[in-house]
Structures are given as structure tokens and as C-alpha cells.
Design a protein. Structure first.
Length: 113
């Protein structure tokens, strides 16, 4: 397995998965996701507890950790009321400029769609 670094996301390992079909309708609330991420970036000095954004099958949870890092957990789930599958990946992002860049990149992604 090789390790590569991609900015602003840093991957320490490579994982492969085969998924036949995935449809996520979370984009309906994309504006609210960008507002959520912008709010995290504005609070770069930290906060207590967990903040979360939920829309259909996508859940984003954020906690502020030591060393000025934000832990963003991105969860895809089979459905809102389903007890089916879910998958979570956590990214660790520097709370200052790096989080601001992530928020801007997500906003640009939705603008292109």
C-alpha cells in the first residue's frame, strides 16, 4: 500500500472499496452545509462539544481537538430511518487557514453542480 498526500485533505493510507450503486440526495441542503463549514472556520479558536449537520443520508460532525485541529466525521448512511449500512471517515483539519480552504472548496464544488 502506498501513501500520498493531497492538499487540503491528507490521506495516510489507501483504501479500496467496491460499491455497486450509491445515490445521495444530501445536495438539496448544500447551502446549509457550506454555512455549517463557514461557521466552523469562523470559530477557529475552538468550541465545546460536538457540532453537526444532517441532511438525509449525509451527516457531518465536528469536534475541536487539541493543537488547534478540527475532527470532521463524514457519515453516509443507507437512509434516514433505516437500520441499514453506514460508513464514516474522519478527517483532521487545521482549524485556521486549512479549514477555511476546505469550506471554500466545498462551496466551489456545489457552485459547479
Amino acid at each position: 500500500m502506498s501513501s500520498r498526500s493531497y492538499s487540503p485533505w491528507r490521506l495516510s493510507t489507501t483504501a479500496c472499496a467496491r460499491i455497486e450503486t450509491v445515490t445521495v440526495s444530501a445536495w438539496d441542503g448544500a447551502g446549509y452545509l457550506t454555512e455549517f463549514l463557514d461557521g466552523l472556520a469562523r470559530d477557529f479558536r475552538g468550541w465545546e462539544g460536538e457540532r453537526s449537520w444532517v441532511n438525509n443520508e449525509l451527516v457531518v460532525a465536528a469536534t475541536f481537538g487539541s493543537g488547534g485541529h478540527v475532527y470532521l466525521s463524514w457519515t453516509l448512511r443507507a437512509g434516514v430511518f433505516s437500520s441499514g449500512w453506514e460508513s464514516t471517515v474522519t478527517t483532521v483539519i487545521e482549524a485556521g487557514e486549512e479549514l477555511t480552504t476546505v469550506a471554500a472548496n466545498v462551496q466551489e464544488f456545489f457552485r459547479q453542480g
